[in-house]
Each structure stands twice: as C-alpha cells, then as structure tokens.
Design a protein around this ligand. Structure first.
Ligand code: C2E
Ligand code: CA
Ligand code: CA
Length: 666
C-alpha cells in the first residue's frame, strides 16, 4: 500500500514538473503571439500542474487526519485547481475558434463559479470523519461528472465549429474520449465504489491519466503552430487580394476600375455596343460616420458595394473611386434604358441598412455619361460623369446626365488657372498662423500655417473659396511648395529679428506627399534657410494616409529620420481603421473639429474623443484637439488628458504681424 502511494506521488511530482515546463513554453508563445487563447491554455496547464502537485501531496501525506488543516488545504488546492484547469481549457477553445476575446464579465463569472464549486467540494463533509462516501462523491464523482460533461460539450462545440486544421480534429477526439472516461467513471464510482475491481481500476487510471494529460499539453502546442500557420496563410492571401481590391469594400479600387473600364470599352467597340458610366456619391455620408461611428460607416460602404455588385442588371464594372463614391458601368441598347438604370441605382442605395437593430437611410446623387458618344478614353469618361455628378450635387438633383454645355465649368477653370498661377508669382497668397497651446506646460507648442489669398479685387479669401479650383486644376503641388518656402522664410526671418524660432506646422496635400522630389525639396529649403528640422511639422489628412499607405509610410519614415515631425490631420473623418495608426510612425494625431464641437454636450462624442486620446497615448503618440471654441471644451479636453489644443478659443488664425504681437504678449 505504502509502496503504491510512493509510486503515485512520484508520478504526480513528475507530472507537476512536465506541466510547469509546458506552461512556461506556452508563456513564451504568448509573449510572441499575444493571443488570448494561448494565455488561457497557459493558465489551464499551470492549474493542472498545481492539481498534480496537490495529488502528489495527497499521496505523500496519505495518513493525514480528516478535517485537519493539511487535509482541507490539499482538498482545496486539488478541487479549485481542477475546476480552473477545465474552465480555462474551455475559454481557450472559445477564444481560439471564435477569433473573439472572452469578455471580463465571462471571466469573472467563470472564475467565481470555479472557486465556489471547488471550495464547496473541498469543505462540505470535509470535517465529518464518518461521511466517507459523501465526501468521496463530492470530491470525486461530482468533479468527474462536471469534468466529463464539460469535455463532451467542448467536443460538440469543436465539431460544430468545423476546425479544418489537423490539431482541431485531435482535440475533438481528445475531448470526446476523455469526456466519456470521466462521465463513466463518475457513474461507476457511485455504483461500484465498494467493489475490489473498481479500486484496482482507479489505481490503473492514474497511469492512463498521466498519458492523457501529457497528450493534452502537446495538442495545445500543435494547435498553436497549426493555427498560426493558418493565420499567416490567410494574411498572405488577403494581402494579395487587397493589392487588387479596395480593402474596405472588396470591390475594385480606382486604378483597377479604370483598367477594367478600358477593357470593357475595347470589347464593346468590337461588338459595336454602347456603355453607360454611372458615378454615385452617397449624400451626407460623413453624418453616418459621425453618428454611428466609423466601423458602422465601413460596414455600410461594404454593403453598398455588395448591393451594386449583385445588382440584377449585371454591371460590367463596379468599383469604389474614393471615400463614398462608386462607379457602376453597364452596356445598354436604348437610351430610355439609362434612366431606368439610374432609378434602379437609387432604389438600391435607398433600401434601408440595418445597423444594430436600427435602420439607416441613405440617398445618393448620380451622374453619368456614355461611351463612345461622350468620350473614348476611360479617364475622360470618368471626368465627364464627374461633371454631371457635380451638377447633380450642387443643384440637389437626383440624377444628371452629362451634356456638352457642362464644359463651361471647364472654361471657368481655364481662366482660374491663369489667375492662380499669376497669384503665386505675384505672392498674393499669404500665410496666417493659428497658435497651438500645450495643455501640459500651458505654453505655445507652435502654430499651424493656414494659407489665404489676398485677392486684388475680391479681398481676403479663405481656402474654402479657392481650393475646389486648385484641386480641379491639380495645382496643389505648386501651392504647397509655395507655402513650404514661405514658411521656411518666416521661421528664418523671426529668428533673425527676435532670436527665437517657432515650430510651424504646414498642411501638405496627399499628391505632394507622394511626389518624387518632395523630400529633397524640403531638405534643400532647410539648408537654404538654416532651419533645424525639428521646427517643421507636416500635417497629412487621414484619408490620404490610408489610400497609398506604403508610399506615404516610406515618405514618413524618411522625414522622421530627418527629424521632421509628421501628424495626422482631421483624425476621425477618414474611412480608415484605427489599426493603421499603429503602423504609421507619426508624432501627433489631430482630432477633427467635428468631434470637439459636441464634446461638451454629447456623451458619445466625449467617449469617442476619450478613446482616441487613450488609444493614441497607448501607441505613444501625442494628441491635439482642433476647433476648441469654449472654455468648457478646453476643460474637458484637459481632463481627459489631451496634450494640446487649437481653436478660436485660444486664437483665430492671424496674420504674421498679429502673431508676433501675440508671441510678445505671452
Ligand atoms: P485644417 O487643416 O483642418 O485647418 C483648420 C481649419 O479650421 C482652418 O480653416 C481654421 O481656420 C479652422 N478653425 C480653426 N479653429 C477653429 C475653431 O475653433 N472653429 C472653427 N469653426 N474653425 C476653426 P481654413 O483656414 O479655412 O482652412 C481650411 C482647410 O484648408 C484646412 O483645414 C486645410 O485642410 C486646408 N489648408 C489651409 N491652408 C493650407 C495650405 O497651406 N496647404 C494645403 N494643402 N491646405 C491648406
Ligand atoms: Ca491642418
Ligand atoms: Ca484639421
């Protein structure tokens, strides 16, 4: 008898060692992978190690008194560790298969139940010397029953989750077999407890369990490797797919759209058919983003893409051109068909979108033109549909078909081009400066440079009044370079007169960020005006960063290495996910004005801003809030830990002269 107890305590001690090592191995995996299920299985194995340790003690001190401190402690350790082991085994399975994290609430409920049942099983009848059987039922039969049921349930769950890697199947078999073993043991222990053969069987089971538990440890390891390989494979496939498709909606991106359209044009030409190119722009989509959040906005955009793709009219091309504008191309026979298609498109878009049990209603504007009558190259078709769409939007008409007269807008642009180029060479564009206040030090961080047009006849114009033309004419590059040089001049000049350099932030358009000589140009300016790079900051708007992530990312890395700061402007208005943020080596995030406007009166906006601040800080980035107009907003932002603010409450954008006065006053 004593011999046997010694053998058992040796076995259990060995197992304690094995599971501790396996748990450590999982810990190493967890450090690398950071997946929740790995953590849970690590806890599960640690609990198993504790459990085996308790069993080793039980066999070592097998002559202890019932109800003694030693007896109760061992029982407690055994019971609680056993329940924790099975609980985290199951949590791990859930987290691994659902790709979803177990919530704190679930954890709390699970752990407290495991503790309660464990304590109950150990303490109830634990002091009563005579209740040998009751104690046994509670500590052995009940435990085996719960254990077995949990494993069989897990087997069914794994079966329904349909895991296709190999370890999933072994795991299923494991849960089923071991589950059956415990369930049958539980019943047998109630009925045959006093029989000799049952006792023999229980003794043998110790060896079986040793093997079985060790297998479990290895299943965990194999699973993790299989799952991670699977994740890597899907990521690679997804990356390939994203190269061709719009990451958000799964439809073709702008470049692809144009390529496919060109293709379809060739085919139609051969078949002597005509195409109709529709552009759709969702109205007030920003409102959806603002009220329901970006995630919902993304989902809706995805749904729109799907509806267009699956439309009964069998479109030749469907794609997303930018934020909330889509292209939809069909071939047609009679002109009458065209307006029917437009109606069909409106109906598609206007069908309600179901978002967390709430209906969202949307409308769109449609502009279209036809091939080959209106144009014979893809770019031009796009441009003409765009002109029609522009008319639809600005006159609030549902659908507009392109007409030759719309070109008059073109004539306006032609005149503007001359005017703007002249304004640049005459230095009619001037800089205004809006101070940025550091909330931690209560000092000025610097200022944002905002361009104004001192127009000879129209007076001082804000960007909103001429940027549409600049965009249409593709003159951003000229303007940005102009502002860049003027800014460097200003920093140098202030240094000369006031012996003080003020950090200035400039808005840079996307296009510019991707230009070949952008970086060398900046470098040349910094040298020419003898400006240390830390005094220059570049603001890129969020939308842009996301569409050409690789290119922009490279540029940002180079700028960063040069010592120039880069920040994300208008944060929260783009269609990007916050996940991108982690990858971008930027210094600062500027939360868009629209969130700040309501921050003092709207709880959900406050929550959003708070989350943005926490998230950005978590990623080691600074946060500036734009458009602060009241004391109350300022106070709230200070309270939630925002680093800096900018807005009318601090100061409006002011001229260079006023700004230097402002500096002196401070
Ligand atoms: P932004 O970069 O978001 O600049 C902030 C805008 O918000 C400025 O408008 C500023 O006057 C305004 N603003 C600042 N504080 C408040 C406030 O408390 N309340 C309200 N309601 N508005 C506030 P602005 O000067 O009209 O510029 C508009 C946009 O034009 C800028 O938005 C920026 O995207 C662009 N922009 C301005 N200057 C340049 C430039 O030199 N180059 C480029 N590429 N873009 C520029
Ligand atoms: Ca800005
Ligand atoms: Ca902004």
């Amino acid at each position: 008898m004593a011999d046997r107890a010694l053998t058992h305590s040796l076995i259990y001690s060995t197992e304690t060692l094995i599971f501790s090592i396996l748990a450590l191995l999982l810990l190493a995996y967890y450090r690398g992978l950071g997946r929740q299920y790995v953590k849970f299985w690590m806890i599960s194995l640690s609990a198993l190690a504790v459990n085996q340790f308790a069993l080793a003690c039980e066999n070592t001190f097998n002559e202890r008194d019932v109800g003694s401190v030693l007896d109760i402690s061992i029982a407690l350790l055994r019971q609680v560790s056993q329940y924790i082991h099975i609980l985290f085994l199951i949590f791990g399975i859930y987290a691994a298969t659902k790709q979803k994290n177990v919530t704190r609430k679930m954890l709390f409920i699970g752990v407290s139940s495991a503790l309660l049942i464990g304590i109950f099983a150990a303490v109830f009848y634990g002091f009563d010397v005579k209740s040998v059987f009751n104690r046994f039922y509670l500590r052995e039969s009940l435990t085996a029953f719960i254990f077995g049921s949990a494993l069989i349930a897990s087997a069914f769950y794994l079966f329904s989750a349909n895991i296709n890697h190999f370890s999933g199947k072994i795991f299923l078999a494991y849960c089923l077999l071991v589950g059956l073993r415990y369930i049958s043991y539980s019943f047998a222990s109630i009925i045959f407890l006093t029989e000799d053969w049952f006792r023999e069987l229980s003794q043998t089971l110790v060896f079986v369990d040793m093997g079985v538990n060790t297998i479990l440890g290895f299943i965990f390891l194999i699973w993790m490797q299989g799952a991670e390989r699977h994740v890597a494979a899907t990521a690679i496939n997804r990356a390939k797919y994203l190269g061709k498709h719009d990451s958000l909606t799964g439809v073709l991106n702008r470049e692809q759209v144009l390529e496919k359209l060109t293709n379809e044009m060739k085919i139609s030409k051969d078949k002597k058919q005509a195409l109709c190119v529709f552009l759709l722009d969702i109205k007030r989509f920003k409102f959806v983003n603002d009220t329901h959040g970006l995630k919902v906005g993304d989902l809706i955009l995805g749904e729109i893409a799907q509806r267009l793709n699956q439309s009964l009219l069998k479109p030749k091309v469907v794609g997303r051109l930018s934020g909330d504008s889509f292209m939809y191309v069909i071939d047609y026979e009679s002109e009458k068909q065209q307006s029917t298609v437009a109606e069909h498109l409106h109906a598609l878009i206007e069908r309600p979108y179901l978002v967390s049990q709430q209906e969202v209603h949307l409308q769109c504007s449609v502009g279209y033109c036809q091939f080959p009558t209106d144009a014979e190259v893809a770019d031009e078709l796009l441009q003409k549909s765009n002109l029609a769409l522009f008319q639809a939007e600005s006159n609030n008409i549902q659908t507009v078909k392109y007409e030759a007269g719309m070109q008059s807008h073109g004539r306006h642009l032609l005149a503007m081009e001359k005017e703007i180029r002249q304004a640049i060479s005459n230095e009619e564009f001037i800089l205004h400066f809006q101070p940025q206040l550091n909330l931690k030090s209560n000092r000025l961080d610097g200022a944002e440079v905002l361009v104004r047009w001192q127009h000879p006849t129209k007076g001082l114009l804000a960007p909103g009044q001429f940027f549409d033309d600049i965009e249409a004419l593709n003159l951003y590059s000229e303007l940005d370079n102009y502002v860049l040089e003027k800014t460097c001049q200003t920093i140098a000049q202030w240094y000369k007169t006031y012996k003080r350099r003020v950090p200035l932030a400039i808005n840079i358009t996307a296009v510019e960020f991707q230009a070949q000589n952008f970086i060398s140009n900046i470098q040349a300016l910094l040298i020419k005006y003898e400006i240390p790079p830390i005094y220059l900051e570049l603001e890129v708007t969020e939308n842009v960063v996301i569409t050409d992530i690789d290119l922009v990312m490279n540029t940002i890395v180079v700028l960063q290495n040069m010592g120039i700061k880069v920040s994300i402007d208008d944060f929260g208005t783009g269609y990007s996910s916050l996940a991108y943020l982690r990858k971008l080596p930027i210094d600062k995030i500027k939360i868009d004005r629209s969130f700040i406007q309501e921050v003092a009166s709207n709880d959900s906006d406050l929550t959003i801003v708070k989350t943005m601040v926490e998230l950005s800080h978590g990623l080691g980035k600074r946060v500036l809030a734009e458009g602060v107009e009241t004391q109350q907003q300022l106070q709230l932002l200070r309270n939630i830990g925002c680093d800096a603010v900018q807005g009318y409450f601090i100061s409006r954008p002011i001229s260079a002269e006023e700004f230097t006065k402002y500096l002196k006053r401070k």
